[in-house]
Design a protein around this ligand. Structure first.
Ligand SMILES: [Zn+2]
Length: 448
């Protein structure tokens, strides 16, 4: 017989002196196994306690009440640690170190978890501050009691902290620093942690890093590995997150049909409450559809993604979304409108120093101009790109040279359409390090 849920009124009885043995013998085991009823019961018990109507029990209900108290205690401790961190987060690293060394109230697991959690959220907005916070959390681990936190627990904490450092450096486009943090995090990986959620988090950040630096195939292998661990741990948000990253890597490597399938698979299993992930998955689906020339579907997909972007997109997400809008308009043949949107997205991404995306958008506009024979505008766009590359100095010299070659090719009318996909692939795969063979924009020799 299927178990029945318990109503609020029934809970009122269960946690009163009137409850019968039959009610207790059904209610308590059901509570322990049913998440929905547990939540409902916690509210009823909390209200009975607040109104001083909770009797003391001498049966299994006592264990339930004790567990609920432990839960509340944990929430209160986490809240207190947030208070400690609020007073510390804007201090210098030196001041933070001093507090960590001297104040016992800061030397707790909850303060560590609070710092890591806040740093993860902060990383998208201010990766430098997030890196500093995660380094502080890493230092805090040394101060935790060895009895409460035996070496394997401390190792897992250090692993989490270093993973946040790696991701923050990645978001700040500090590639060597990010790789160094990944290597350091790996030293905390024991064989058990290799298959833990903490281990999967590190693999996932490592995958994003190799994806950002153009090693798309290596990223796919790492993502496959991480997805398996999340699935085994029943972490379905983790599974969805990895799915989105996989779809993104597949699209970047020029396989829109496969990327679309992956994005749709992820949308089908998306757990509730993952609006940002849904936003990314829908954007990848839209871009894939544009790439496949399926424009009606692309418009529909865009229509569903738009409110999500407006509600959940950060500054950089919205700039990338503007670029996607420009691509849709371009595919629809609305040249003037798409050019304005392309330029606006390029300007915003450049200002935000998201150079790789800015150059990918530049190339997309270049392609659009080239295809409608606006060669003068295309050449000027190249000149702007070269100027910017020389000014930033953060990108290797071969990148400037390739744009110069592109400029020569468009001016001498040697450029052909297939050169553009070669150029796009080069931009994606060799943004951080030069290629052994840089692309050459001369016409293919005609077969005999
Ligand atoms: Zn239930």
């Amino acid at each position: 017989m299927a178990e029945r849920h318990i109503s609020r009124r029934q809970f009122g009885r269960l946690f009163s002196v009137e409850a019968s043995v039959v009610e207790i013998n059904y209610g308590v085991p059901h509570l322990a196994a049913c998440r929905d009823c547990w939540i409902e019961a916690t509210e009823v018990v909390a209200s009975l306690r607040d109104t001083k109507n909770l009797p003391r029990f001498s049966d299994s209900r006592d264990a339930v009440v004790t567990l609920m108290e432990a839960e509340e205690d944990r929430i209160a401790r986490s809240l207190r640690s947030k208070g400690w961190w609020a007073g510390l987060k804007d201090a210098t690293l030196g001041e933070q170190k001093e507090k960590i060394n001297e104040v016992a109230a800061v030397q707790t697991g909850e303060v560590f978890e609070t710092i890591i959690h806040q740093a993860q959220i902060l990383a998208r907005r201010d990766p430098f501050a997030a890196e500093r916070s995660a380094m502080t959390a890493h230092l805090l681990v040394d101060k935790l009691s060895d009895i409460q936190f035996p070496p394997p627990v401390k190792n897992a904490f250090r692993l989490s902290a270093m993973t946040v450092v790696a991701n923050s450096r990645r978001l700040a486009a500090n590639w060597p620093g990010a790789f160094e943090a990944v290597s350091r995090a790996r030293t905390y990986l024991t064989p058990q942690q290799m298959v833990s959620v903490e281990g999967a988090n590190l693999i996932s950040v490592h995958a994003s890093l190799v994806c950002d630096t153009g090693l798309l195939e290596e990223a796919e292998i790492l993502l496959y590995q991480a997805a398996g661990i999340y699935r085994g741990a029943g972490d379905f948000v983790g599974v969805a997150k990895i799915g989105v990253k996989e779809a993104d890597a597949i699209l970047a490597s020029g396989r829109p049909e496969e990327a679309l399938m992956k994005a749709r698979d992820v949308l089908a299993i998306m757990p509730p409450g993952c609006a940002r992930l849904e936003m990314f998955a829908r954007n990848i689906a839209t871009e894939s559809l544009v790439g496949l020339g399926r424009l009606s579907e692309a418009l529909r997909s865009y229509g569903r993604a738009k409110p999500l972007n407006e509600q959940f997109g950060g500054e950089v997400d919205l700039l990338k979304f503007e670029y996607l809008e420009a691509k849709i308009l371009d595919a629809l043949g609305d040249a003037r409108e798409s050019e304005k949107l392309f330029r606006s997205a390029i300007h915003g991404l450049t200002e935000a120093e998201i150079y790789r995306s800015a150059f990918i958008a530049r190339l997309a506009l270049f392609e659009s101009l080239f295809k409608r024979a606006a060669f003068g505008k295309a050449a000027r766009l190249c000149e702007e790109a070269i100027g910017l590359l020389q000014k930033t100095k953060r990108i290797h010299a071969q990148m400037s040279q390739v744009w110069k070659d592109l400029l020569v090719a468009v001016k001498t009318q040697a450029l052909e359409e297939y050169h553009l996909s070669v150029m796009k692939d080069y931009l994606i795969r060799h943004w951080t390090s030069p290629a052994t063979n840089a692309p050459v924009f001369t016409a293919k020799p005609k077969p005999d």
